[in-house]
Write a protein that binds this ligand. Structure first.
Ligand code: CA
Ligand code: CA
Ligand code: CA
Ligand code: CA
Length: 296
């Protein structure tokens, strides 16, 4: 083992995250590498420690997660970077700290995990974002905090890890989600909330993305839609196989496609579905006439 730089830190490190060649450390230390602003979190880059921004955090750090150029920190601090809402969790981006949403958490964050654009936090907080069920674990998505499946944890969450649609949480809780065996560690499956496939009046363009808002003119089914090509679309029944909560899902099928062009999804294809994907077995050779273009 060797040191990071010539100036040792002065207190505990609780979490480390790496982005490229930069190492981020968080914990109980202050003035990392002699930088007066490098308190509780610091970046080791090019052989030296430096602060994240000019406004140091005011209390210990427990978790760091990095997504692209954004560094998420969770801990015991409040008002990160002077943002009154940046309590216990904050994002460092573009040289400044900012809050996650307009409603601060009310207690410590011990774990952060990121899945796509969603940030999952675990800790000791209750009612994140005002959601009565968002206790000790919550998802920040689309600017707001929410519970995981309406299921609060009954004690602290200290660790979160995500693999695909599975969110694993560890902590001091018992009976997560009402499962008497889900003690101290549990898995939550992210529901495939909404899978929308366009109608036949929408564009099915060459990249297979058939999401489109309002066609001004229905395309002509032939010869643009070649009979040799088949499209797979999720059906409500296949979605039910995938999701434990089909009632919360909405789906449209290409309801004007000839029936023989639509065949059921395989189990493997169903398991691969996510909120933002659907499966087109093969794309159509030509897009219908504009102006209908993809919206997502
Ligand atoms: Ca300091
Ligand atoms: Ca505050
Ligand atoms: Ca609650
Ligand atoms: Ca139990």
């Amino acid at each position: 083992m060797v040191s990071l730089g010539a100036t040792p830190l002065n207190n505990t490190v609780s979490t480390i995250a790496i982005s490229g060649t930069d190492v981020y450390a968080g914990g109980g230390f202050t003035d990392a590498g002699g930088d007066a602003n490098a308190d509780y979190i610091a970046k080791f880059s090019g052989g030296v420690w430096s602060a994240l921004g000019a406004t140091p955090l005011n209390n210990s750090l427990n978790a760091i997660a990095i997504s692209g150029a954004d560094v998420y920190a969770g801990g015991d601090f409040i008002n990160a970077g002077g943002d009154a809402n940046a309590d216990f969790i904050a994002k460092f981006s573009g040289g400044a700290w900012s809050a996650l949403g307009g409603t601060p958490l009310n207690s410590s964050v011990y774990a952060i995990a990121i899945s796509g654009a969603d940030v999952y936090a675990g800790g000791g907080f209750l009612n994140a974002g005002g959601d009565a069920n968002a206790d000790r674990i919550a998802k920040f998505s689309g600017g707001a905090w929410s519970a995981l499946g309406g299921m609060p944890l009954n004690n602290f969450a200290f660790a979160i890890a995500i693999s695909g649609a599975d969110v694993y949480a560890g902590g001091r809780f018992t009976d997560a989600g009402g499962d008497t065996n889900a003690d101290y560690v549990a898995r939550f499956e992210i529901p495939s909330a909404t899978i929308t496939v366009n109608t036949a009046t929408d564009e099915l363009n060459s990249d297979g993305d058939c999401s489109c808002a309002k066609p001004s003119k229905p395309p002509t089914p032939t010869p643009l839609w070649m009979p040799a090509q088949r499209v797979q679309v999720p059906t409500p029944s296949s979605l039910a196989m995938r999701s434990a909560q089909p009632a919360s899902s909405s789906i449209q099928t290409c309801n004007q496609l000839p029936a023989q062009m639509v065949s059921p999804l395989t189990a493997e294809e169903i398991s691969a579905l996510t909120e933002t994907t659907y499966i087109v077995r093969s794309t159509f050779r030509q897009a219908p006439p504009s102006p209908c273009r993809t919206s997502t």
